[in-house]
Ligand binder design. Structure first.
Ligand code: HEC
Length: 312
């Protein structure tokens, strides 16, 4: 109960912060509504043309982020996480809330490219991947407060943020898209006022207590959407044997810059890439201290997982 109250408190704080975070000053002129959002046409992964305001926002509860399929930085992690949030929210997605991922690389991201991308992450119904004209997409992301001045130069620098909004009430809140999925799902349930409804699964199973170790925290927030330690392959390989079978220097570099190693033609990176064709291991911009903490956690958890297996 205390934990529940604590998380409600956090949601309230975040909601309050959202008003302050509105950089474009929309709140001053009243709520974000028809006059505020551009009604530009966008195309879904199925090739349907929709209007941003009329079809996607009007009267709806929504979760919106920016992605692009060639991204080798944080977008694959964001997408993997949102897919977990979608699973946690169950059939509310597509009924009580709609997910939208808008490509900031619209020229390259055709509807077909977006459809293939969505399939790789096992995205369910109620989640649209959208492309459109470059200037329209730019306007939409600016109005959502999701664009940054560097987007045009380095898309990889775009902020892994998530806008959660209720168009009907005019309430919007900005979140880090790399939060723990259970936290995000619980926060959304609070924000949209579903706590009393039937599928508050996130409260039936309380939100996990934040882990204490740095390596554990980093692993849970940055890696666990794609990897398990001893529970089988996810979007990426099970890492239970990684610290035992790979050389430490290789692992250290691979976790920090897999994209570089692939580009340089590292044989192991190439072999892994060929085997796990669908999703790519992202470069999450971790520093060497963070990588060390993650590998120490991985080593310890792997040992524990393997001991369990041997005991059985
Ligand atoms: C978006 C999904 C995703 C995320 C997030 C992710 N990985 Fe990966 N990882 C992969 C995929 C996919 C591969 C297989 C290689 C490829 O296809 O690029 C991989 C490969 C690896 C490998 C090589 C495994 C082996 O057999 O040698 C290690 C180690 C690894 N990841 C560690 C991590 C760590 C640590 C994190 C968190 C900091 C992380 N990954 C985050 C998807 C991901």
């Amino acid at each position: 109960m205390d934990r529940l109250r604590a998380s409600l408190g956090i949601a309230a704080l975040l909601a309050a912060a959202a008003v302050l975070l509105d950089a474009s000053g929309a709140v001053a002129g009243g709520r974000w509504g028809a006059e505020y959002f551009p009604n530009v046409p966008l195309t879904t992964q199925d090739g349907t043309v929709v209007r941003f305001y009329d079809d996607l926002l009007k009267g709806k509860a929504v979760v919106i982020n920016l992605i692009y399929t060639r991204c080798t930085a944080s977008c694959p992690l964001e997408t993997a996480k949102l897919a977990q949030v979608q699973r946690l929210l169950g059939d509310r997605v597509g009924k009580d809330v709609f997910f939208y991922s808008i490509s900031i690389d619209p020229t390259h991201d055709t509807p077909e490219a977006l459809k293939a991308y969505a399939e790789r992450f096992h995205v369910g119904p109620g989640w649209l991947f959208l492309t459109g004209k470059d200037e329209d997409v730019r306007l939409v992301s600016k109005k959502l407060g999701l664009s940054s001045p560097t987007d045009a130069v380095t898309r990889d620098g775009h902020q892994p943020a998530l806008m959660v909004g209720n168009e009907a009430t005019g309430e919007w809140m900005r979140n880090s898209a790399v939060e723990n999925p259970k936290f995000l799902a619980a926060m959304m349930s609070d924000f949209f006022g579903w706590r009393t409804g039937k599928s508050v699964r996130t409260y039936a199973k309380p939100v996990a207590v934040p882990p204490t170790g740095k390596g554990e925290y980093l692993f849970n927030t940055r890696c666990a959407s794609c990897h398990t330690i001893g529970k089988g392959d996810g979007l990426g390989p099970d890492l239970v044997h990684a610290t035992a079978v790979r050389e430490r220097a290789w692992l250290t570099r691979y976790v920090a810059e897999p994209d570089q190693m692939l580009a340089e033609g590292d044989p192991l990176a190439l072999a892994l890439f060929a085997k796990y064709k669908s999703v790519r291991m992202p470069n999450l911009g971790l520093n060497s201290e963070e990588v060390d903490a993650i590998l120490a956690h991985l080593e310890q958890r792997s040992r524990a997982a393997l001991e369990q297996v041997h005991k059985r």
